[in-house]
Design a protein around this ligand. Structure first.
Ligand code: GAL
Length: 473
């Protein structure tokens, strides 16, 4: 059967300012710039974000390559630490305004719809040192001011906006699991940060609604939904999965779409004296200003089992008290990244949005495969023969297509990422792009998956003959 996608389906990919631009001409450091300055040894091969994939200098030719791949849309982000000179007054940096204007204009001229995100883990480090970053509601206000400048400057041409990318990662990385600066383990702060990020999103949406009078602009949030699967059907494992779902997905999904935090989650936080500080007025804003549409990043499932140790144990409160990670025997893995490959989850996500979240419009805002040392797959012409990435996309798109056939309201698919880019503390360890990047020369070459993607985007359809998966599932 021909797997055709809906009309005007978004085909493209996602990147972010901090991972692609490089630090060129930036007046302020974001948390990652700073963390790398402090501890380069914590980054793979000691490679930091200074050059990234050189997008600041090479955006024109980069965008030409994406045009060549038939992209009709691209998501990136505006760096707060680049656009704003003075965070308190919101005065803007003229070189940054020029840069983002040129990027946006070039995209439009090439038929690539600009999809702009405002926060991709990259808070200016000064705001962490001065106010405690997202722990502080002052920073929420400053973020709204930054968003205001973005809408004023670029809102005439950018019609698709997102407030945050994967806000749960800020909570987990910075405040629970120590993989992002400031690398704390502090359950109470973590929950306040989660609340403040939700509040910031709602306040930016409020501002957006006040500022936008034309009906063709939309705003949403990008969440990494990792569907939770219990190890077994036992009541204990199911309860563990239920609580994991509350923390990892619903903590952001419910307020974003329904305007409310799950009651059960609030009760649990109260019982443990880790509930965030909120006001009635703030909760009313969260209630009223929900998203127009949703971006879903999906990489891998989350499998859990009942915890070995009672959640009532004494010690620092952290959400992972309620569940233990579970490794499914015989699971399929991307061993390079350490992530399970489970394409069916994309179908499960789609149906869950349909059933539980009013079938809100959404798109796959990231999906992809990070592979190390891809030079080993280069053919004699220097093209990376990444058959595994084609299989990965085919399998995920097949499930996505099935979900759309069953009524899922999905309007696009963006791969992570167009051009191999810098990935936080993993730096350039794993490559995700449709286009490879030689980080020593910045020479960029389309991979085999790029040519495949081009055809799919052009036809708006999965190729019929290309279903010889290397691995069956
Ligand atoms: C996502 C994140 C991206 C990128 C990707 C692959 O979680 O949004 O910024 O790093 O993972 O590592």
């Amino acid at each position: 059967m021909v797997k055709k996608f809906p009309e005007n389906f978004w085909w493209g990919a996602a990147t972010s300012g901090p991972q692609s631009e490089g630090r060129f001409n930036k007046q302020h450091a974001n948390v990652f710039d700073y963390w790398f300055e402090q501890s380069p040894e914590e980054f793979y091969d000691q490679i930091g974000p200074d050059v990234a994939s050189n997008f600041y200098n090479s955006f024109e030719s980069d965008l030409s390559m994406m045009e060549e791949l038939s992209f009709n849309s691209l998501r990136t982000s505006i760096q707060w630490s680049r656009l704003i000179d003075d965070f308190e007054t919101g005065s803007v940096n003229q070189d940054a305004v020029r840069f983002y204007n040129e990027v946006i204009d070039t995209m439009i001229q090439k038929g690539i719809r600009p999809v702009m995100n405002l926060h991709h883990f990259d808070i200016p480090v000064e705001l962490y040192h001065k106010y405690g970053g997202w722990e502080s509601k002052k920073v929420v206000e400053l973020f709204v001011l930054f968003a205001k400048r973005c809408f004023e400057l670029f809102g005439d041409r950018v019609k698709d906006w997102f407030t945050h990318n994967e806000p749960i990662v800020v909570v987990e990385g910075g405040y629970l699991h120590q993989f992002h600066y400031p690398k704390l383990v502090d359950g109470k702060k973590a929950m306040q940060v989660a609340y403040n990020l939700n509040l910031a999103s709602a306040k930016v949406i409020q501002l957006f609604k006040e500022m936008t009078t034309s009906g063709d602009s939309r705003i949403g949030i990008i969440l990494n939904l990792t569907p939770t699967y219990p190890a077994t059907n036992s009541a204990e494992d199911q309860q563990a999965a239920h609580i994991a779902e509350l923390f990892t997905n619903r903590l952001f999904l419910d307020p974003a779409i329904k305007g409310e935090f799950p009651e059960e989650l609030v009760e649990l936080l109260k019982e443990n004296q880790v509930l965030w500080e909120s006001t009635k007025e703030e909760l009313a804003i969260i209630k009223q200003y929900t998203i127009d549409y949703l971006g879903v990043n999906y990489y891998h499932p989350h499998r859990v089992k009942a915890p070995d140790i009672s959640p009532n144990s004494v010690g620092e409160w952290v959400p992972d008290r309620y569940y233990d990670e579970y490794e499914l025997p015989g699971r399929r893995m991307n061993l390079d990244r350490g992530w399970e490959i489970y394409p069916k989850a994309i179908y499960d996500i789609a149906l869950s949005i349909k059933e539980h979240y009013g079938n809100i419009a959404w798109f796959v805002s990231e999906n992809g495969m990070g592979i190390s040392n891809e030079e080993r797959y280069q053919d004699e012409t220097g093209v990376v023969n990444d058959r595994y990435r084609i299989d990965f996309m085919t399998e995920h798109l097949t499930y996505l297509h099935q979900a759309i056939e069953e009524g899922a309201n999905c309007f696009g698919y963006h791969l992570w990422t167009p051009i191999d880019c810098w990935s936080w503390s993993n730096a350039y360890k794993n490559r995700y792009g449709l286009i490879s990047n030689n980080i020593h020369t910045q020479i960029k070459t389309i991979k085999r998956s790029g040519y495949w993607f081009k055809q799919v985007a052009k036809d708006n359809c999965l190729p019929q003959s290309d279903v010889t998966f290397s691995t069956k599932f």
